[in-house]
Design a protein around this ligand. Structure first.
Ligand SMILES: [Zn+2]
Length: 384
């Protein structure tokens, strides 16, 4: 077995240069590899296209992205053709990208398209970064940017009509598991699980809200769902006790199904099948991000809700995301979201990283299993 498979640090901060790029008289095979890698890199890191500049210039800028003042005037263009604005109050110039997740970009907005395709198709951050010729740290950083854009996604969702509701659970990381004195796990609904309320209505709304508890209670259920279900809707559920608070306070009609009996029904006869499908897709998605930080679970749920909700077409979804990101400024500073601990120090020895990346690339054609393996090893500080 290739030893590089287990090492997440085996490629890193830049894929632009090879160890022999600055030496003379290299072999023809090395020249071929260099030319190929540079071609890949340039294809992925080209300057802004005409279409991209046109899109950025079409964004309506009515206030200063730095201070909020409306005393803003057009102020020519940057060298790349992107419109420049000037604020008469804070005396700074800025573009339509200032204050958005695309600010401080070294990589054009178009690069996001491939990243988002991979993310929405349940690829792990590691494989996406590799496929995009980006550093793993870039993949993680961008994920936090995605989280920021989707932060309020579920805030205003209100389910109505027939509302299907059931909880699903995610396991805490090994290091945070609470065990009995003898080292064994507790039985029953484990206190080592994190409860997520999953609900769905026939209009296609999907809600995934963390309850910040291992076992749903009246308090956690009301806090998670109280504002998300229209009064007098019809609740279809498994009779979980804590749902009573929703039924009473929101005056819901309801029908209960015994979960043990439901398990024996074929999917097409199971009234809670839509919600089971959401559970299963959410689990599948999170399995492909095995090393994720559970503190970010709600962010992940926002992302899954976005992926599972209309539009289904992936390009329409990317179009929606890019427009959300351009029109709702949110700055995500690298230093604020990426920890400075040992997990990041893995990305500093450039030449070694590229060489080992090549070994990994060659060895790891069918890499999904090993990706899970080494994602599972990401240390707490390196979790997403
Ligand atoms: Zn200003």
């Amino acid at each position: 077995m290739c030893k590089y498979k287990d090492d997440a640090s085996s490629w890193g901060s830049s894929l632009k240069y090879l160890p022999w790029d600055h030496t003379q008289g290299d072999s023809l095979s090395r020249k071929l590899i260099s030319a190929t890698v540079h071609e890949w890199y340039d294809a992925k890191h080209r300057s802004s296209s005409i279409e991209e500049v046109a899109l950025i210039n079409s964004v309506e800028v009515i206030s200063c992205r730095l201070c909020g003042s409306v005393k803003v005037i057009s102020y020519g263009k940057y060298r790349n053709g992107i419109k420049r604005y000037f604020c008469k109050d804070c005396c700074h110039s800025f573009s339509a990208l200032t204050g958005t997740i695309f600010e401080d970009r070294k990589i054009p907005v178009s690069e996001w398209i491939e990243y988002l395709i991979h993310l929405f198709e349940f690829h792990s951050i590691t494989t996406s970064a590799r496929d995009n010729r980006n550093a793993y740290s870039t993949g993680r950083y961008w994920l936090f940017k995605v989280f920021a854009v989707l932060e309020d996604l579920q805030k205003d969702i209100v389910l109505e009509g027939n509302v299907f509701l059931d909880e699903t659970f995610f396991t805490v990381v090994e290091s945070k598991k609470r065990l009995k004195e003898n080292g064994k796990e507790y039985r029953g609904i484990s206190r080592n699980k994190l409860c997520v309320a999953a609900a769905y209505d026939e209009a296609g709304h999907i809600l995934l809200i963390c309850e910040s508890t291992s076992k749903p209670s009246f308090k956690s259920t009301w806090s998670a769902l109280g504002t998300h279900i229209k009064p007098e809707s019809h609740l279809i559920h498994d009779g979980e006790k804590s749902h009573r608070i929703l039924i009473e306070r929101l005056n819901l009609t309801h029908e209960e199904y015994d979960s043990d009996l439901l398990k024996k029904l074929p999917d097409d006869e199971n009234p809670l099948d839509p919600i089971n499908e959401i559970h299963s897709l959410a689990k599948r998605f999170m399995r492909s991000h095995g090393g994720y930080n559970r503190d970010n679970l709600q962010h992940w749920m926002n992302l899954i809700s976005f992926i599972l909700t209309e539009p289904k077409d992936r390009y329409e979804k990317i179009d929606l995301f890019i427009n959300m990101a351009l029109n709702s400024p949110r700055v995500v500073k690298y230093r604020n979201v990426m920890s400075k601990n040992s997990a990041n120090k893995r990305f500093i020895t450039n030449a070694v990283q590229i060489r080992t990346f090549f070994f990994q690339f060659l060895c790891d054609v069918t890499h999904q299993k090993s990706v899970f393996q080494y994602e599972g090893r990401i240390k707490p500080g390196g979790e997403i």
